[in-house]
Design a protein around this ligand. Structure first.
Ligand code: PLP
Length: 389
């Protein structure tokens, strides 16, 4: 039998549970969604359809079709302030997850170490383990806005450390790293020859005071040897099922990753790439209402949680998640841990959430607010009832 090195994704397992419960007719409120509830814009689907009818259904360039890499380069240059961005800095991949897997498979040999500040996106350690490398998780504190500083990285470093992976805005916290700290981390990575994999998946979905800073905007083209930016159309454009993302970095890195990708995936579908490039032209009209909706929902969540004793949280600045520390509630209700909290919340109130320990954040749970305001209010009432009972 083949060996099992990695457990399945706990967030995807939770979503499967929701499907089953709904199929049984249960009145479930699910705060577990990992994708926007806004559909792929109709015009993007129409573009893809048109491309297919016109014959764009064959193998295309492994690195990605020029029209998409041009659009990405323009966007990095004009919006994300990466003055040197050009099409050769981009590789189109099958979503951010595959981009991260591809990058780590190029970087790590078996036994190499990857630093992962916790709370982290659930799949980072799993991807590292799948490559027989070693995830080294770093605990952070709510007081530090759940980010690691350079001293922590330095303490965790060993001669086997090859990469550091982090997201901003983060999943599960929705928090964004400040420019000063990001700069310090990049300098440290360069000094230690550690590759920073900077996951910017939610960078367009922001609604706080902090402005998103792309890691590549803080380096020259030469320094981008140590920085990989990973992103995708998944969350921003309601395109999770399209599996379309990209990696941006130094041209040499992109060349190596493209060679590797040519042995693994051949290419991403041409019709999807062209449609996505066109979506980028219409981004403001597509995203305006989405960001506004998430911002309103976040307000409702903050208000709803603020009155509950034993609950601590930091206001998310982006994405559609919030990490809620419930150590106070766990202690008062004499629960075993966050998993017990989430399980009992499900059994007693039919509210689905994800336990913080799935993200390396024990004593917490994650709420996703990719759902209607009515559902959010209904779910919050139930959470409150559970916490105070
Ligand atoms: C931080 C983060 N990175 C990567 C991914 C995976 O994105 P994709 O669907 O583009 O593979 C997710 C999905 O939830 C995520 O939250």
């Amino acid at each position: 039998m083949i060996p099992q090195r990695v457990a399945g994704s706990s967030t995807l397992a939770m979503l499967e549970k929701v499907r089953q419960m709904k199929a049984q007719g249960m009145d479930v409120v699910s705060f577990a969604a990992g994708e926007s509830d806004f559909p792929t814009p109709r015009e993007v689907i129409e573009e893809a359809h048109k491309e297919m009818l016109e014959g764009n259904t064959r193998y295309v360039s492994t690195q990605g079709v020029p029209v998409l890499r041009d659009a990405l380069a323009k966007d990095y240059k004009n919006r994300l302030n990466v003055s040197w961005a050009a099409p050769q800095h981009f590789l189109v991949v099958a979503g951010a997850k595959q981009g991260i897997h591809l990058a780590l498979s190029a970087i790590c040999d078996a036994g190499d170490e990857v630093l992962i500040p916790a709370p982290y996106w659930v799949s980072y350690p799993g991807i590292v383990k799948a490559l027989s490398a070693k995830p080294v998780t770093l605990q952070t504190r709510l007081e530090d806005r759940y980010f690691s500083n350079v001293e922590t990285l330095e303490k965790a470093w060993t001669p086997r450390t090859r990469a550091l992976i982090m997201a901003s805005p983060g999943n599960p916290t929705g928090l964004m790293i400040e420019e000063k700290l990001l700069k310090e981390i990049i300098s440290w990575c360069e000094k230690k020859k550690v590759v920073l994999i900077f996951d910017e998946l939610y960078e367009r979905l922001t609604f706080g005071k902090t402005k998103h800073v792309s890691a590549l905007s803080l380096v020259t083209e030469a320094q981008s040897e140590w920085v990989l930016s990973v992103n995708a159309f998944s969350k921003t454009f309601g395109m999770t099922g399209w599996r379309l993302g990209w990696v941006a970095s130094h041209p040499k890195n992109i060349e190596y990753l493209t060679d590797l990708q040519s042995q693994v995936l051949t290419c991403m579908p041409g019709f999807a790439q062209v449609a996505a490039a066109r979506a980028m032209d219409k981004v403001d009209s597509i995203l305006g209402p989405v960001v506004k909706a998430f911002s309103n929902r976040k307000k409702i969540i903050m208000e709803g949680l603020s009155g509950i004793e034993g609950v601590k949280t930091l206001e998310p600045e982006g994405a559609f998640y919030i990490l809620v520390d419930v150590s106070g509630v766990i202690a008062r209700k004499n629960l075993k841990d966050d998993k017990d909290f989430v399980q009992k919340l499900l059994e007693q109130q039919q509210v689905v959430t994800v336990a913080g320990s799935a993200f390396g954040a024990p004593n917490s749970f994650r709420i996703s607010f990719a759902m209607s305001e009515e559902e959010i209010k209904k779910g919050l009432e139930r959470i409150k009832t559970f916490c105070v009972s």
